[in-house]
Each structure stands twice: as C-alpha cells, then as structure tokens.
Design a protein around this ligand. Sequence first.
Ligand code: DC
Length: 364
Amino acid sequence: MSDSYANVIAIDGPAASGKSTVARTLAERLHIPYINTGAMYRALAWKLINSSREITSLSSEDISAFLSTTKLACVVNKESGLFEIEIDGVRPGGQLHTDPVSAGASAIATIPEVRSWLLDTQRSMAGETKIVMEGRDIGTCIFPNAKYKFFLTASPEVRAERRLKQNGGAVDPETLARVAADIAARDEQDRNRTTAPLKQAPDALFLDNSELDLEQTIDVILKQVKKRDILLSRNTVLKYRVPYADTDQMGVVYYANYLKYFEMLRTEMMIAAGESYQQMEEHGYALPVIEAVCRYKASAHFEDVLEITGRIAECKGVRVKIECEIHCRGKLLAEGYTVHACINREGRPVRAPQTLIQLMTGEV
Ligand code: DC
C-alpha cells in the first residue's frame, strides 16, 4: 500500500444532498470519527453574526484580526460520542443551523484567508485510522490524496424537500420553491468562488442519491470502500530496511528471515484489505502455515531496502496459498509461498474468510 494516501473517506457535495446523514451513519457503521467541516465555516459565521459584523464588508486586515483572536476546536461530545465544534470555548450546537448562519457560512467560505486557516486544522485530523470528513473541497483541496472519495448529490427538488423535512417545515409548493431557490443560490456561490470551489474530484465516485434511501446510499459507499481496500491491498509493496540483527556471520540476511518477511507482507496486506489478521482471529478464523517454500536467488545485506510483494494465488476450500517475492533495487532476491489451512476456534477446517477470497479475485 502506498503510504502517500490519506486514510480519509471524503464526502463532498452541495447543500442538502444528504451528506451529513450519510457521513455520520457511515462513521457509525465503521466505528470511526466523523468530521463535518461545514460546521467550522458555520461556527466562524456564527461568531461574526453575534458580534454584529457584516461578513461581506470585512477587509483583509479585519479577517486576519478575527482569525488571530479565534480558537476553533473539534471536541468529542461525551453523550453522543460525536465531534462537535467549539469556538472560543463555546459550543453553539443547533445555533449553527439557522438561515442567517447558513448564508453567512457560504459567504465566509469564499474568503481565501479563512479557507487556508481551516486547511491546517482539517488536515491535522487525518491519521492512522480511517475518518469520514464531509464538506465541499475535501477530495479536491484538503485531501487530494484521500483513499476514498465520493461526490454526493441529489436533484434540486429532492434536496429542497429534504431540507424542509429536516427543519420540520411544511412541504407546500410555495415553500418548496423558495427553499429550492435558496439552495440554488448557495450552490451558485459555492461553485463559483475562486478559492476551492465546489466541484467533483476527478477520482471521486459520483453518487446521485435522489432515488436512493439512506441504507441504499450507505451500501454503495461501503462496497466502494471495501473495493478500494481490496485493490490497494493487492498492490501492497512493503518496504523494509534490513537491520543488522537480520544478518548472519557471512554478512547477509539469514535465510530463515525471508519467511519472516513473507509473514510481514501478509500482515500488511490484510490490514490494507480492511480486516487485519488479528481481526480475522477475532472473527473466529486462524490460518496456520502447513507448507512454506523459499527459493533464494541473491543475497540481501545490512541497510538494503527490500521491496516485498505478494498475492493470494489460491483460495480453494480450506486451503489458501500466498505467493511472495522480494526485490532489492529491481533485482529478484527470493521468491516463494506459504500454504495455510483455514481453521475455526475449535481447530476444525472451514472455508476461507470472504476477505481472502476477495483479495484473490479482486471482486467485492
Ligand atoms: O455543509 P454545510 O451546508 O454545513 O456548509 C456550510 C457552508 O460552508 C456552505 O455554504 C459551504 C461551506 N463549506 C465549504 O465551503 N467548504 C467545506 N469544506 C465545507 C463547507
């Protein structure tokens, strides 16, 4: 797996496209954090509105002064377990969803200084574990290297109806038309601003969920995330610098270590596939090695950087064969395989877990 990918599920899209519900539900299903970046823009607008400042008439100096005296944080709400925005020690919560704040957030989001100020905060939230981050520019500007990208949208009518239902308002034709016009105006502003305009990243999956309910939308996204994990996992390249401890009296890597390298690759592959070996054990499987073969072609030395690659070559019933190759500076040093028997907690043979089959076929 390339470590240049950010472990982020980026969900971008226009207002009222269902992003927040989808992103939050997805995070719950995957037991990972959910960050709503729109709330950050809303919090800044909320603060400005509360201090009776007119957002559209702020000078560059005003913006700098405002940002330098603002403290924005994403804190965990102990009751819901969700991240919540705190601005200058206050959590505005529901106050971030009034019409003036929505309009103010859209306006403040056009200011380049504001966007670059938020960029660092948003980037600092990515780490080893997956996170779901929703916004307008997550897949294009904040994490152009996100592993998973989605552009979620719905027809203007569906979006207006959703917005009305969300706010508990009546869905009469007149109100619907007004809300649709409002949403269209915000879209226009989000799409046409010079800095980080709302647009689909070329490598994002476009998902129009007008005709899909929440479950169906989540299903599509989860399947796509798994597909991506499997694809990246199949391309895992483990780079390993040979330590002194791996070499023998002849000054080359001791032969038995190559089997350890095969195992290291298997571990990485499984983690990248989204189900680590440990998790597989928790799910009741074990994969003891019943055969191991290594053919040695050339030696590796202290401080060499090895490139270890591999694939599931066979997954037949209870038998799983994993092939491995070890290269250094483009030269093949060793190749081989291990064969595993798949057993359950009671030690009885069982069919190989789904993730291994998916890894072999590449299909989800
Ligand atoms: O998603 P939302 O409606 O809560 O976003 C509020 C405003 O903030 C919206 O007009 C667009 C803007 N925004 C943005 O420009 N970039 C983001 N990453 C998130 C939101």
